[in-house]
Design a protein around this ligand. Structure first.
Ligand code: PGA
Length: 252
């Protein structure tokens, strides 16, 4: 079964309302030139609804960068995946900034995956090792630990709504992407792990690479056997570069 590539833009804590709308318009107006690739953008929470309205009919999907794990209640400042289910299609779980700036544990990330899937949305589980973990030869162990906790309660019938993003922390926002060979090696390890836990359905899950993806390196990264597209931060903040990266995914 062929895996349709995904190019996802994580806008992080960037854009004003006007800037977000302009970026969404720029992407929506160029998206019809791209075929065979799923495009999705993850704006900051308050811009989800205006961006959704702009993306209407463009085929570009919408996602949220984070969520809490309860359906509703006294959780000041948090956002429920069940509330988001009327607004967007996907939610990130365990982005490295959530793990390392906000101290989210592997277990909390797992409950966010569960809540997102229970609410009927697609969960994009982000995994990836720190530089010192890679240098110590522990990258595989760390990623496996994150997968194990992140997917502890996920059954194989949920897998069509799961995406895994491999994002080595040392490559995020640094301008130094993983080499295509390193991205491939870890993506293949993730696919093997998915296959051993879930069989063929696990092996069919899409695995994205993230960390300093640009229009210049996208083709080489995306042409790796087990890399099914990218999660793009900085280069997703300009419609031209985001669409150029999408075109790279379409071309491989
Ligand atoms: P970057 O961010 O492309 O700016 O490195 C990727 C991410 O954090 O998802």
């Amino acid at each position: 079964m062929s895996r349709k590539p995904i190019v996802a833009g994580n806008w992080k804590m960037n854009t004003t309302l006007d800037g977000a709308c302009a970026l969404a318009e720029g992407i929506a107006s160029r998206a019809n030139n791209i075929s065979g690739v799923e495009l999705v953008v993850f704006p900051p929470f308050p811009w989800l609804v205006p961006v959704r309205d702009i993306l209407q009919g463009s085929g570009v999907q919408l996602g949220a960068q984070n969520c809490y794990v309860k359906e509703s209640g006294a959780f000041t400042g948090e956002v429920s995946p069940w509330a988001l289910s009327g607004v967007c299609q996907m939610i990130l779980a365990g982005h490295s900034e959530r793990r390392h700036v906000f101290g989210e544990s592997d277990e909390l990330v797992g409950t966010k995956v569960d809540a997102t899937l229970a609410a009927g949305l697609t969960s994009v589980l982000c995994v990836g090792e720190l530089l010192d973990e890679r240098q110590a030869g522990n990258a595989d162990v760390v990623v496996e630990r994150q997968l194990k906790a992140g997917l502890a309660n996920v059954s194989s019938d949920m897998l069509p709504r799961l995406v895994v993003a491999y994002e080595p922390v040392w490559a995020i926002g640094t301008g130094v992407a993983a080499t295509p060979a390193d991205a491939q090696e870890m993506s293949a390890a993730i696919r093997r792990w998915m296959s051993s836990k879930y069989g063929d359905e696990g092996a069919a899950v899409r695995i994205l690479y993230g960390g300093s993806v640009s229009a210049d390196n996208a083709t080489e990264l995306f042409s790796q056997t087990d890399v099914d597209g990218g999660l793009v931060g900085g280069a997703s903040l300009k419609a031209e570069s985001f669409i150029a990266i999408a075109a790279a995914a379409a071309g491989v």
